[in-house]
Design a protein around this ligand. Sequence first.
Ligand SMILES: [Zn+2]
Length: 299
Amino acid sequence: MKKSFGILVILILLYACDNKPYQLEFTYPQGKHKALVLSYDDGTIQDIDLVKLFDKHNLIGTFNLNSGYLDKTIGWPLQNGDTIFQRYVPKDSLNIIYKNHEIAVHGELHKNFLDISDEDILKEIDSDIKVIRNATNKDIRSMAYPFGNTTPHIAQLISKTGLINGRTIADTHQYGFPENYFMWHPTCHDSRVMEHLDSYLKLNNKELSLLYVWGHSWEFDDENRWKNMIVFCEAIAMAEDIWFVSHGELTEYLLSTNKVKIEGNKIYNPEENPTVWITLSDGPKKINPGETLILSDYE
Ligand SMILES: [Zn+2]
């Protein structure tokens, strides 16, 4: 995540007949420049309360599930010798629980990708995609690496699975974008999100930015942490200049801006793209799929 803010703002100077330059840049929908992604791992039963909190404030989450544990209760050994029991969400209710949110993958059995073969990594992801797609009837686009572990080689493997991103847990404490969408380092774990609340609310940059928060809903068994999350969600939800978006939809949007074609004073948004937004000198304009915007209309 070395890229600075706005590396994804594509700045193009186009010249009309009178040689007056148009300044064209992509924005998020409605001309917004800021976005929030909330990415939660493991698919434990505590997701249900977190989803309710997000729904109350119209926030959007991306939930990364381990399909091999759906419906089950599993005991995990702790370092101090104790065992923690985790209950996982039921497979037959995924579309009810995560109705307004993105369902994504996290490895069928949460294996550490640094410890297994390429073949086993692909099995962990391919079977996860297949089971969750069958259970939800939805396209699966995003993933989070189990334990956050990846390498450029593993990222390359994942890029062949049909997914469009892969998230680590290497917090950057910045608001930029990764060079490689399959090694997507988040801004921060939710335990440190209050450090970013005011600065992100106040950010008034004309370049695209992203506050990317990750965590586990089971960590909210700690009452103080849960209270903290409520405060964060209430505050960030008030911001009218932030796009609340899933990781998959954000990634798709960023990828689609690269497919917009510019010829002379015409800007064409391909049919297969979502609606894209640009800012012209007279404000934000949307270009629907299959639509051509002629810049001279906006002289
Ligand atoms: Zn995990």
